[in-house]
Design a protein around this ligand. Structure first.
Ligand code: DHE
Length: 547
């Protein structure tokens, strides 16, 4: 076996794939030295594969197989990567050097390389139970209000910061996987599960004096999602990790992270074509049934995975649309709404009945995060999403019993201050609906957020306020854009926190805390340990799917 693969199999902290191996160069592809090719492969994995796929077949981003990239040619490819596009592709001229961009343009015209597989046995080889369950504290050993802890992704440090939401002080910093992505909280509220882009899953126990990692495993080479079982009788029993590469989901013991069951998602798409890389995007744990809802990006199917019997695992496979990405519950928690972003649709799954409910046409490339549930003065319960490809916030009716005329229809489109948005947010105790636009190439727009008063939305002239959060953070001039990303509420729902993300490890960053009533800055959290903060996951809100 190739040395690089062996190394990958053994190294838990592995950040990248063995890029330098294998595949032949196309005869007429631009040449690159082995070193430049390996470096470009690493950049591709770190910056591009998430949207375009390891095999470059395209999903959120375009197909980048040589048949397409060779037509564009080196100079056009370099321009697209440098300045981004209006279709949602971000600019990389502030992250990559001119030489790196040039090499990437050549690399993309070469054939893609298939990375190695990753089996249950491989995972078990990396599994580390740092503290067995019977050696963990039997009661909480700290005086921290755990419900109001924020687990903050420090993306480029490969760490999370646990910030005490009451005092705004960092309670602890925990080393995690490479380019750490999201945190989810077990139903008991005791454990935080953190997944890195390198597939490393860490489980943090909040009952110690300081947050402590009690188990670690590498579930794949590239992963984005994790959740834990929330049904009655299964509280904290299982965790599930969704991987981009290999395309699979893995069910693990919820208290030890021992890998238990690995299921490939390769297969046919909603169009009936075979796809070799159907990646696992969002995962939602049902609160009423022992099921995980697993969105398979490239097939356009949602799998409802019944985990009550892992030997006789039952999957209900629901056809929706391509390519599935992120999503969350409606306010009744009966429905799962998930973005099919290449189809410009939101797919709706009825969790109770276990079947397809609706496909809703929206503006270009919806990107909701978990979405936001508000009680609209005119349309009742609606779920909101913003968009990567349009400067609007879309409101969709979610009450088929009480308001069938509005159910699964776009009832209103609100103006967002810019396109290239990633996340909307609200809280049941708040009268505000917020949206960001962090990937906008215009610094002013990337640094601002839009906010609407929910109770005024019945008025067709409802006005939004645009707040320049980056200016409030007062970071001075930075090389990278100051991207303001992902609002997250505190437990009480009276503060919303935004990250000011400069996308660069060496530049200062901040978290801006806004008073939700007055919409004025309450505090700016600055600390040299806050390296590239992005996602923030409040324990109470994440644990109970409050959004
Ligand atoms: Fe994410 C959620 C995938 C880039 C911050 N992101 C998700 C989910 C998926 C996903 C599938 C849903 C997980 C779930 O709910 O189970 N993200 C991807 C990508 O493929 C993509 C586009 C490119 C990549 O290479 O990874 C990508 N994501 C980013 C970022 O660059 C962000 C802005 C910063 C970062 O830290 O990486 C980012 N993604 C987030 C956040 C969530 C998320 C904060 C959770 C939102 C929530 O409210 O739950």
């Amino acid at each position: 076996m190739h040395k690089g693969i062996l190394k990958a199999r053994n190294a838990l902290a592995l950040a990248t794939l063995p890029f330098a191996m294998g595949a032949a160069f196309a005869a007429d592809a631009p040449a690159l030295s082995a070193e430049a090719k390996a470096a470009s492969g690493k950049i591709y994995f770190e910056r591009c594969a998430g949207c375009h796929g390891m095999l470059r077949k395209g999903a959120t981003g375009k197909n980048l197989e040589p048949a397409n990239t060779a037509k564009l040619g080196s100079s056009r490819l370099e321009k697209i990567m440098s300045y981004g596009t209006e279709g949602g592709m971000p600019n990389f001229d502030d992250i990559l050097t001119k030489d790196e961009l040039k090499n990437m343009a050549s690399y993309l015209q070469m054939p893609p390389e298939a990375p190695p597989e990753w089996s249950l046995a491989d995972m078990k080889g990396t599994w580390k139970l740092h503290v067995p369950v019977d050696q963990r504290p039997t009661k909480k050993m700290n005086n921290v209000n755990l419900n109001n802890i924020f687990s903050v992704t420090l993306r480029d440090a490969g760490e999370v910061a646990l910030i005490d939401g009451d005092t705004k002080k960092i309670w602890g910093i925990v080393k995690t996987g490479y380019a750490v992505h999201i945190s989810r909280i077990s139903l008991s509220g005791r454990y935080i599960h953190v997944v890195g882009r390198d597939g490393r899953l860490d489980m943090i126990d909040l009952w110690y004096e300081k947050p402590t990692v009690v188990a670690t495993v590498k579930a794949g080479f590239e992963s984005r999602s994790v959740d834990t079982s929330k049904a009655k009788g299964f509280e904290d029993k299982y965790a599930v990790v969704g991987s981009y590469w290999p395309p699979q989901y893995t069910i693990l013991d919820g208290l030890t992270l021992e890998p238990l069951k690995n299921v490939s998602t390769r297969g046919t798409t909603v169009d009936g074509a075979y796809h070799p890389e159907p990646r696992v995007a969002s995962i939602l744990a049902s609160t009423t049934k022992p099921e995980f809802l697993v969105s398979v990006k490239e097939t356009g199917m949602v799998k409802m995975v019944d985990y009550s019997d892992l030997t006789n695992l039952r999957e209900t496979t629901i056809n929706t649309a391509k390519f599935l990405h992120d999503g969350g519950y409606d306010s009744s928690k009966r429905y799962f709404l998930v973005a099919a972003n290449a189809s410009n649709k939101i797919a709706v799954v009825d969790i109770k009945e276990g079947k397809f409910e609706a496909l809703v046409d929206t503006a270009k490339i919806p990107h909701p995060g978990r979405g936001a549930n508000i009680n609209h003065p005119k349309y009742g319960p609606v779920w909101a999403t913003s968009h990567l490809g349009a400067d609007v916030i879309t409101l969709i009716g979610t009450d088929p019993k009480g308001r069938p005329e509005h159910a699964w229809k776009v009832v209103q489109e609100l103006k967002n201050h810019g396109a290239n948005s990633l996340f909307v947010k609200t809280h049941p105790k708040s009268d505000n609906l917020w949206a960001d636009s962090p990937l906008n190439p215009d610094p002013k727009l990337a640094g601002s957020v839009t906010v609407y008063k929910v109770s005024e939305l019945g008025n067709p002239d409802a006005k939004s306020e645009v707040i320049d959060i980056a200016a409030a953070a007062n970071l001075g001039k930075t090389k990278g854009l100051q991207r303001v990303v992902q609002g997250e509420y505190n437990e009480k729902g009276d503060e919303i926190w935004y990250s000011v993300w400069t996308g660069n490890k060496t530049e200062p960053s901040a978290i801006v805390v806004i008073d939700d009533k007055t919409r004025k800055v309450k505090q700016v959290i600055k600390d040299k340990r806050l390296v590239t903060p992005t996602g923030k996951f409040n324990v109470h809100n994440t644990q109970h799917d409050v959004y």
